[in-house]
Each structure stands twice: as structure tokens, then as C-alpha cells.
Design a protein around this ligand. Structure first.
Ligand code: GLN
Length: 447
């Protein structure tokens, strides 16, 4: 813990951490030392990790990288935080992110941007940009992330680390500040699939009393099948993931990884996910719709920021929200309330829900022909800081991660080589429901 805290301080310019409290971390580390000395059997005893600032923590502030939560202190730990603590982990601190997890470059953080450790002139990806950068720069050996539409897989790809989003419902959302509840999933980010498997084993499992969408599927030891043979594994290659929008350097790295899989005995099977393109409009209707509802709780009364001068209650709400939310969050709230409003609900929200179901059905058709699906996690390597100021350009770059999110499927990104400027490229692996162990196995064999 001391080693990583010192590194975090020395590389503060990266902007990865938003809250550090050495006293708390070292007290946890001493307690872990004592537990180990007493023969603790906790699987991650003494392993220091850091948490995305979307998870509430009782020993550190929680801001979701928003001015709205400045000064907020949670009275309890998110289930992901307490589960990892129960497994023996020590918390190094909280990590930067896009405000309320809305973004793809970590440039929507109210606290400050995060630099990509591979090239400090580039973005780390988002929204779990702080988590990815911290691991890449060895400021933490592992971290939590959250993925609503790609926020674990895309930053993992941009920073050359490994990350997995489990099947929707396997990891409890209790204490994970809600963005789009039907999509939000927690997952681990680390240097390797093996480290992710260790963390994920501690994170999954039912939490029905606290998260009504938590599945009662028991926790699993995801390390058991890491070394399984890939002989005969059918890897589906969706043609829609290899179209014109894919940069040539990323394509070359992905092709290289797929060749490796063939050498390991896997078979590449051409498949089609015909509604891939529609996942962008569908996601950018459903996610803002849910966000507009979830974020109504930030009203100046219950949590964090409240405007100083106001005339009455309505004026207090208005001023608080105008001051507290950043531009992208406001944009999503406006889109969300619009698509849910009378007269537009049928035209937008209902249509989006129907296509969401079709996207999930397309995956089920594809999984009749293959065991896992592989493709790029993102169309390009990490772009330059400030390089995509148009929100639509950011949305479009989510094309390969959104389909699995909409279907609730597990997905991961594993380092697969390098592209333009020596920047890392991530291979995305998508599994069928509860296929995490197979994904981690395939990722591990590539590493
Ligand atoms: N980039 C997507 C968005 O801005 C995904 C974010 C996420 O997964 N939290 O909504």
C-alpha cells in the first residue's frame, strides 16, 4: 500500500486519483497485516486496490466527479466495496471518471482530466478513465470500474489493461451511483485476466435484499478455468465490427490476436450482428431516459451541493442543478426527459426498447454458431486530449461496446497489441449470459 501511495503521489499529474487518505489506507493495511499474521484465509488479504468514485465509501468522500456531490460523505460502503474488503483488499483511494459515468474520454470530470500514461497528450478513455490510467501507470494493481455502455472495456483498451463487465445482475449495484439502471454493471480492471478473475470472484453473487436486479446465481471461482484448452473454441467474428469505421491500425492488431487464437486451436466463425449500428441511437435514448429519472434525486435537499441564494423551493432546485451538473450531464437529462415526455415516448423510448430486444435476440442467434464473439473494443486507439469536442463524435466511438451492454451480456477487453503512435489496442470478447469464466479463460490464454 505504501508503494502504491508513493507512486500515486509521484504521478499526480496523471489525474487518476481524486481522493486519497493515507491514514485510512495505512490503517486498513495494518489490519490486513494482522489478519495475515493470524492466518487469514481471505483470498485477497492485503491486496491494495482503488475504487472508481462512482462507488460510495464510508471512509473516503464520493463525488462521481461532479460538483453536485462536492462535500458528500456516504454513511455506508457500496456492496462492491464491502465485498472486496471482506476478501481482504485494502483501499488506496478513489479514482477519477467522467461525471456520473457519462463520457468516453474522462474529459467530462468536474475534478479534472486524466492523462493516458502511454502518451500524456491523449485521453485514457472513459468513463472509468482514472481506473484504467491508475493500473497502466502502476498506481494500483487493480481497481473497480463500471460499464453502462463500455466504460470498463473502452478505457481498458485505450490504456492497455484488462477489464471485464459481467452479465447484468451478477454484480450488485447497491451503492453504485445510478446512471442508467438497466445497463449499469460493476467489474474489475487489472493488469491481467488472472487478476480480474481473482477480483471478480469476490465481486459477484446475489445481493437481493439491496439490489432488486441482482441475480441469485451464486458466486463462482473464476480462476478455475483460466488454463482450459481453447481447442475447438468457436470464435464468432461479427462482420459489422470490421466495417469502414474501423481504423486500419486497430484492425491489424485485432487480426494479429485472432491469428493467435487460431494457433491455440480456436476456429474463427463469420457471424452477423445486423443491428450493431442501431445500438448507438437506442443506447443514447435509453441511457439518458434512465439518467434523467435517476438524477432527479440531486435536488439540493438530500445530497451534496445546494445553491447559496434562492427565493423559494423551485428556485433552489433550479439553481442547485444549474450549478451542480456539468454540460454533458445536463445534455443527457434534457434528452432523457424529452424522449420520455408525452407524445414522444412512443416515437422514441418505446421504439428504442423494441430494438433493444432485437439486438439481444441477434446475439442469441449468433451464439448458436459460436461460443464467444471477438472484435475491437473501440474503432481507434486513444485520441488526443480535446480531440473530440463534439458530443456526437464521442457517442459514435461507442459503437462496439454498446450492443453487449444493451443485451446485458458479459464483455471484456484484453490487450492485443499496439496501433498508431505505439498506443495499445484492446480485443473485445463477448460471451453469452454467465459466460465470464470462458471469457477470462480466452483472455488469459492470449496473455
Ligand atoms: N460512453 C458511454 C456514455 O457516455 C458509456 C459510459 C459508461 O459505460 N458509463 O454513456
Amino acid at each position: 500500500a505504501q508503494h502504491f501511495l508513493a507512486r500515486a503521489k509521484a504521478h499526480d499529474d496523471l489525474g487518476a486519483y481524486v481522493h486519497i487518505n493515507e491514514d485510512v489506507t495505512l490503517a486498513q493495511a495494518r489490519a490486513a497485516d494482522a489478519a495475515i499474521a493470524a492466518g487469514s484465509s481471505a483470498p485477497l488479504a492485503g491486496v491494495p486496490i482503488a475504487h472508481k468514485d462512482l462507488f460510495v465509501t464510508k471512509d473516503f468522500p464520493t463525488t462521481a466527479a461532479s460538483k453536485m456531490l462536492a462535500g458528500y460523505q456516504s454513511p455506508f460502503d457500496a456492496t462492491m466495496v464491502s465485498r472486496l474488503a471482506d476478501a481482504g483488499c485494502v483501499t488506496l483511494g478513489k479514482l477519477n471518471m467522467d461525471e456520473f459515468a457519462m463520457g468516453s474520454a474522462n474529459e467530462n470530470s468536474a475534478i479534472g482530466k486524466v492523462l493516458n500514461p502511454w502518451d500524456k497528450a491523449r485521453v485514457p478513455g472513459g468513463s472509468s478513465g482514472g481506473s484504467a490510467a491508475a493500473i497502466a501507470a502502476r498506481l494500483a494493481p487493480g481497481a473497480t470500474g463500471t460499464d453502462t455502455g463500455g466504460s470498463i472495456r473502452q478505457p481498458a483498451s485505450f490504456c492497455g489493461v484488462t477489464g471485464i463487465k459481467p452479465t447484468y445482475g451478477r454484480a450488485s449495484r447497491y451503492g453504485m451511483i445510478a446512471f442508467a439502471s438497466s445497463l449499469d454493471q460493476a467489474g474489475p480492471m487489472a493488469r491481467s485476466a488472472e487478476d480480474c478473475a481473482l477480483m471478480l470472484s469476490a465481486m459477484c453473487g446475489p445481493d437481493a435484499d439491496r439490489d432488486s436486479t441482482s441475480l441469485d446465481t451464486p458466486a463462482e471461482d473464476f480462476t478455475l478455468r483460466l488454463n482450459d484448452s481453447l481447442e475447438g473454441l468457436r470464435i464468432g467474428i461479427p462482420k459489422e465490427f470490421f466495417g469502414d469505421g474501423l481504423a486500419a491500425d486497430v484492425r491489424a492488431a485485432i487480426d494479429g490476436a485472432l491469428k493467435e487464437y487460431e494457433k491455440l486451436g480456436a476456429r474463427l466463425v463469420p457471424i452477423s450482428l445486423p443491428r450493431t449500428e442501431l445500438s448507438i441511437p437506442v443506447y443514447y435514448i435509453i441511457a439518458p431516459a434512465e439518467a434523467s429519472s435517476n438524477l432527479s434525486r440531486f435536488d439540493g435537499v438530500k445530497f451534496g451541493h445546494r445553491a447559496k441564494d434562492y427565493t423559494d423551493l423551485l428556485d433552489m432546485y433550479k439553481k442547485t442543478r444549474a450549478e451542480g451538473f456539468g454540460d454533458e450531464v445536463k445534455r443527457r437529462i434534457i434528452i432523457g426527459t424529452y424522449v420520455l415526455s408525452h407524445g414522444y415516448y412512443d416515437a422514441y423510448y418505446l421504439q428504442a426498447q423494441k430494438i433493444r430486444r432485437m439486438i439481444a435476440d441477434d446475439f442469441q442467434a449468433a451464439f448458436k454458431e459460436c461460443d464467444v464473439i471477438a472484435g475491437p473494443a473501440a474503432p481507434t486507439v486513444a485520441w488526443a486530449l480535446g480531440g473530440k469536442s463534439d458530443p456526437l463524435a464521442n457517442y459514435l466511438a461507442d459503437i462496439y461496446t454498446l450492443p453487449a451492454s444493451l443485451a446485458g451480456l458479459p464483455g471484456m477487453s484484453v490487450p492485443a497489441g499496439f496501433g498508431e503512435g505505439g498506443m495499445p489496442v484492446g480485443l473485445q470478447l463477448i460471451g453469452n449470459y454467465f459466460g465470464e469464466a470462458r471469457l477470462l479463460n480466452a483472455a488469459h490464454r492470449l496473455q
